[in-house]
Design a protein around this ligand. Structure first.
Ligand code: SAM
Length: 211
């Protein structure tokens, strides 16, 4: 049975890209270029983007791994994936996969990097923990998980909207994310580095495990 969040994104998918384009200050898609660049991917590598949505990051990842590499995008909304599919040429080595990120349908130790753009905060309940466990399982030793999220906005109004989004996930979860994000990530990774995007509005947590 579909969950409320899945249905929400199925409907939202019709306008998602237009909505983002309207509200984003990142018209040149610099943020996605920046995130892909920080993966350290090489030609021939395999990369996974979780909660890929309409796949906006995938072509940037494809540029890094080239025609000999592989790019996989996972999302649990069929609507978002269909919208993504229409943007990707058939012959490309980019695969869109319908799955919940709590249970990734991949073998152990196969990806050279895992990315997540503006979605990790939305994962409900224990899904965040299951997802981190799964990311560690599918990553090759020492390779990174990169999580891009909005940083706490400086503008008062936008900060209130940011807090509202967090609160919609439940107060406990919202507080945990704000206060203990690094601790949560450190439960699964050996090192967690925080860097800021050139706009200064988003941050990227670069997490590395053993190896
Ligand atoms: C805000 S959108 C971000 C999409 C994309 N990463 C981007 O930057 O445009 C969040 C996405 O996460 C997906 N999502 C949320 N919970 C999920 C879960 N448990 N498993 C898989 N996808 C999930 C939603 O369907 C949606 O496409």
């Amino acid at each position: 049975m579909k969950r409320f969040r899945q249905r929400y994104y199925d409907y939202f998918s019709c306008i998602y890209d237009r909505f983002v384009a309207l509200h984003s200050t990142d018209r040149g898609k610099g943020l996605r270029y920046f995130l892909a660049d920080k993966t350290g991917l090489n030609k021939g590598d395999k990369v996974l983007d979780i909660c890929t949505g309409t796949g906006s990051l995938l072509s940037f990842l494809k540029d890094k791994v080239g025609a000999e590499g592989l790019v996989a995008g996972v999302d649990f909304s069929i609507g978002m994936l269909k919208a993504g599919k229409s943007k990707i040429p058939h012959h490309d080595n980019i695969y869109l996969i319908l799955a919940d990120v709590a249970y990734l349908p991949f073998k152990n130790i196969i990806f050279d990097a895992v990315t997540c753009s503006h979605a990790f905060y939305e994962l409900k309940g224990l899904t965040q923990d299951y997802c981190l466990y799964e990311i560690v399982r599918v990553l090759k030793p020492g390779r990174p998980f990169l999580m891009m999220e909005h940083d706490v906005p400086k503008n008062f109004l936008i900060r209130m909207l940011f807090y509202l989004r967090l609160l919609s996930m439940g107060t406990k979860k919202a507080l945990e994310i704000l206060r203990h994000e690094r601790e949560l990530l450190m439960r699964y990774f050996r090192s967690v580095e925080k860097i800021y995007t050139p706009t200064g509005r988003s941050k990227v947590m670069i997490c590395r495990g053993r190896g």
